[in-house]
Design a protein around this ligand. Sequence first.
Ligand SMILES: Nc1ncnc2c1ncn2[C@@H]1O[C@H](COP(=O)(O)OP(=O)(O)OP(=O)(O)O)[C@@H](O)[C@H]1O
Length: 214
Amino acid sequence: MLSIKNFTLRCGSQTLLEHLSLEIGPGEIVTLTGPSGCGKSTLLNWLLGHLDAAFQASGSAQLNGRSLDGLAIEARCIGILFQDDLLFAHLSVGQNLAFALPAAVKGAQRRQRVAQTLAEIGLEGFAERDPATLSGGQRARVSLMRALLAQPQALLLDEPFSRLDAALKVQFRSFVFEQIARLRIPTLLVTHDLADVPPGGRVFDIGTWQPQHV
Ligand SMILES: Nc1ncnc2c1ncn2[C@@H]1O[C@H](COP(=O)(O)OP(=O)(O)OP(=O)(O)O)[C@@H](O)[C@H]1O
């Protein structure tokens, strides 16, 4: 369970968000939408623990009963996927995946996990490939799996489907949703496209939302 309590966000004298509270259950995908500039990506940055110094934030966040307040980014166990896949260009596809594996997974076991992951996404034999040689859809899949191999306890998706063409978008979106349901990861999805909302999923629209004073 990922919970946000009483989140207020200011930038100078401007209040962007006030008293926002939200709970996301295991495997649930909550869609966060609202006008451009209303603070969606900044909320994700705050959850990750790297809020830009231009902002002042208050409120608290918990993940599976553990407070995230003051924790370093690497201690938060939160994965993120952006519209740009951000694969490391100087590493091979296999090395990109291996990068996310816990240090305790070593040697042959490490190579086997990478090979198994590539097989799961239909990319057997791609371990040595340069990421620049992959198609957009292949890169998107590698990037999602890299985020999942780190075994995140929550996932933040910042418009991860917006750059994909229509057919690929539908295919990749269902793949992402399947993985989230299978691994029961609470997920916050930022999007401008309501077609991205999973069937029956909750939508949190910052544009129409009224602050709740808790
Ligand atoms: N480093 C910064 N310094 C000052 N203002 C910033 C900084 N980063 C973002 N902002 C401003 O803060 C506001 C919130 O930005 P944010 O990126 O969170 O919006 P958003 O809702 O994600 O927008 P979009 O839907 O366009 O991606 C915007 O008005 C933006 O211009």
